[in-house]
Ligand binder design. Structure first.
Ligand code: S6P
Ligand code: ZN
Length: 191
């Protein structure tokens, strides 16, 4: 890949455009098994966007390279569970990542290989270092689109299968108008 000239990173819109950039989206229809309430998911508009990812790929998936992206997680819920990303470990487990909050409010859910989970609040200006061997997922607990920047090693890859098989050990739900962390009662995610 041969990318010349600067791309554009608009803030606070979180939109990337120009050379080397791309955009992908995940709709409700693609996320079977991700949320605990499958019946509630099926009752939603299949075309509802749950999240989009803007990417800047200036290199191949090579050791020493870097990828840059901005995730936009839409506000909404499936049943009581907030819209979220699939979440993943990196395929090269030891590779870490930086996230930073651009707009909106949410939680970064983290889980190590022993399935211990913890969260960090995301807000404009928040900075998050995700160590290697730690799965990560974005959850939008606010009323605006949650926009989060990310930079990670280009050869990190994504291990979605581990999350599909065992899920995260916690879920984020709304209870009495507030975000609450609950132990996952039905681990396997199947999206
Ligand atoms: C990539 C980075 C993000 C996510 C994005 C979507 O390593 O962590 O760009 O890809 O937030 O989440 P997911 O879990 O569907 O890849
Ligand atoms: Zn990642």
């Amino acid at each position: 890949m041969d990318v010349h000239g600067p791309a554009l990173f608009h803030t606070p819109s979180g939109i990337l455009e120009g050379v080397g950039t791309s955009r992908s989206k995940r709709c409700i229809s693609e996320l079977q098994g991700l949320f605990v309430d499958e019946a509630a998911r099926q009752a939603l508009d299949p075309a509802q966007v749950v999240y989009e990812v803007y990417m800047h790929n200036a290199c191949e998936e090579v050791e020493g390279g870097l990828f840059f992206g901005v995730s936009h997680v839409y506000p909404g819920k499936v049943g009581a569970e907030y819209f979220m990303t699939k979440g993943h470990f990196h395929a090269k487990k030891g590779h870490g990542e930086y996230y930073w909050g651009i707009d909106g409010a949410g939680l970064l859910v983290l889980m190590n290989e022993q399935r211990a989970s913890w969260t960090e609040p995301i807000f404009p200006g928040s900075l998050h270092y995700i160590p290697g061997c730690v799965a990560h997922r974005l959850v939008n607990t606010g009323a605006r689109i949650l926009k989060v920047g990310a930079c990670w090693p280009a050869d990190a890859g994504h291990d979605y299968a581990s999350i599909q098989q065992a899920g995260f050990s916690v879920r984020v739900i709304e209870r009495d108008g507030r975000a609450e962390l609950v132990q996952a009662v039905r681990p396997p995610d199947h999206c």
